[in-house]
Structure formats: structure tokens, C-alpha cells
Design a binder for this molecule. Structure first.
Ligand code: PAF
Length: 284
């Protein structure tokens, strides 16, 4: 396994690999890897000859009041996990090498980014799109795997690839969960033991919503959202940021589940903001 530290080295290696006819599979991460990331790497492996994983805590997607400084980092552990997972290249750049001090060009998706997490975290998806576009230009992947846990991010990246004609195929990786249903996330490390117990309520609330839809034929999104909020607020330290049911393609709110919809929620448990989602209704 090689560790490449500079954008120039990464891009040159990618060009050599492509010239040699190798298919590059890519997983972008911010490190502090867990089983969710490893499952994305396994998917990338199936689709390619060479697997590249980037580890970069991207300052451009954090607002000044957010957790950039305390975001968990452990490169030695990440390196060992990548090695075990059979990753070929880790791209591990420094922020100063990724962004020129006077950088002034960004990639902004202007529709799907306005709602859900984009409404709570203005500028976040501009930071994500910009770094993912840059990473695509450096890693030159044939295939890139992104997790369904970050459902809005995934749809925005798919839109960016379509609208800007990136020659990359995006593969969706299913959410990997802890035994109580909590979606795996590097930020779960912030939870105290008590908060960790309450965090399982997010999935329980989504499961109940799925049951209301399938067993009770409930289609009224207002009632389903009320039920989700009620379950989540069983946690004394839980505070709802948003619970929304939106059209899966446009991310516009829907009143009746009469098509494929995304139930998306963001909940603070203590100071930690957790997100999760579920697709319901309609055909893909
Ligand atoms: O999902 C993430 O970890 C990040 O948003 C990503 C895609 C690596 C971009 O920094």
C-alpha cells in the first residue's frame, strides 16, 4: 500500500495507472474509519483494479462554529485498517496543499443543497462539492463509492457528476449499522455512554415510520413526521434539528407518500448532531 501526501503525486500516479489500463475505484473519507467506510472500500474493490482511499478532514465544509478542530483523527489506526482492507493507495494531503491561500473557485450545487442539512449548515455542500470535484480531478476514478447514510450528500454528488460531466460512475453503499440500529459515523465517538443509548432512537423512529407506511397504509407525511419526533424525543438529551419527508429525486417536501420518498432526519443528542434516513414508497 502506498501513501501519497501531495495532490501532484496523487494525480501523477492516477495518470500512470490509467495509462496502464487500470480501473480506479475511489472512496473519499475524512478518516477515523469504521465498518461503514470499510464496506465502501469492499464495494470499490469489486468494481476496480486499484482502490484509492482519501483521508482529508476538509475545512471547506465546516462552518466556523462547527467541529473542525475536534473532528476525531487517528491516521495510524486508519492506515492499519486500510492495509487490512486491501486498499492500494491512501491519499492523505495537508489542507495547505489542497487549497491555495487565495483559492476563489468553488463548486456549488444550487437546488438540492438548499434543504435539509443544507438549510441547517449553509455552505456545507459547497465545501463538499468543491473537495469532491478536486479529489475526482486528482484521483481520476472510474468508480466512486459514497454511503447512503449521507443521503443528501450522495444525491448532490450524483447531480454534480451529471451536470458537470465527470467521467465517474457513482455507486451507492448501503448504511452500516450498530446492533441497536445506530448508523455508523465517525461522530458517534463524541457520544457519552448515556447519549449513545439514546442515539439508537433515530433508527427506531425510522423503523416505526416504515411500519406505519407498510402495515397501516399511512401516507400522510405530517402524521409520520409527528410519530418520528415523538419516538426520538424519548431521549432526554435529544433535540430535533429537522425531520422531513421529501421527494427522493428533487428533495422537495411532500404531503402524501405517493412516490419514492426520502425520510431524512437530523437530531442532536447532547451536543452531537446525528443524521439518518430511509427511502420509502414508489419504485426506484
Ligand atoms: O462524507 C464525508 O466524509 C465527506 O463529506 C467527504 C465526501 C469525504 C468530503 O469531504
Amino acid at each position: 500500500m502506498n501513501i501519497l501526501r501531495t495532490p501532484a503525486d496523487m494525480q501523477q500516479r492516477a495518470r500512470e495507472l490509467r495509462a496502464a489500463g487500470k480501473r480506479i475505484g475511489f472512496v473519499a473519507t475524512m478518516g477515523y474509519l469504521h465498518e461503514g467506510h470499510l464496506s465502501l472500500m469492499r464495494l470499490a474493490r469489486k468494481e476496480s483494479d486499484v482502490v484509492v482511499v482519501s483521508i482529508f478532514v476538509n475545512p471547506a465544509q465546516f462552518a466556523p462554529n462547527e467541529d473542525l478542530d475536534k473532528y476525531p483523527r487517528d491516521f495510524a489506526r486508519d492506515e492499519a485498517l486500510c492495509r487490512q482492507a486491501g486498499v492500494d493507495i491512501i491519499f492523505y494531503p495537508e489542507a495547505r496543499d489542497m487549497y491555495a491561500p487565495d483559492a476563489s473557485v468553488y463548486v456549488a450545487e444550487e437546488s438540492l443543497s438548499r434543504v435539509l442539512c443544507g438549510a441547517s449548515r449553509p455552505g456545507h455542500f459547497r465545501g463538499v462539492c468543491t473537495v469532491v470535484a478536486k479529489l475526482f480531478n486528482l484521483v481520476l476514478p472510474d468508480v466512486a463509492v459514497f454511503g447512503e447514510k449521507d443521503g443528501q450528500q450522495l444525491r448532490i454528488i450524483e447531480r454534480m457528476v451529471r451536470d458537470l460531466n465527470f467521467p465517474v460512475r457513482i455507486v451507492r453503499g448501503p448504511t452500516v449499522r450498530e446492533p441497536d440500529g445506530l448508523a455508523m459515523s465517525s461522530r458517534n465517538a463524541y457520544l457519552s455512554r448515556d447519549e449513545r443509548k439514546q442515539a439508537g432512537l433515530l433508527k427506531r423512529a425510522l423503523d416505526k415510520a416504515a411500519l406505519m407506511y407498510s402495515e397501516l397504509d399511512m401516507r400522510d407525511t405530517k402524521k409520520i413526521k409527528e410519530s418520528i419526533v415523538k419516538v426520538v424525543l424519548h431521549g432526554p438529551d435529544a433535540r430535533v434539528d429537522y425531520v422531513e419527508i421529501v421527494d427522493d429525486r428533487t428533495l422537495e417536501p411532500v404531503e402524501t407518500i405517493d412516490r419514492r420518498c426520502l425520510i431524512a432526519l437530523a437530531v442532536y443528542v447532547g451536543k452531537t448532531r446525528l443524521i439518518d434516513n430511509l427511502v420509502i414508497g414508489g419504485a426506484r
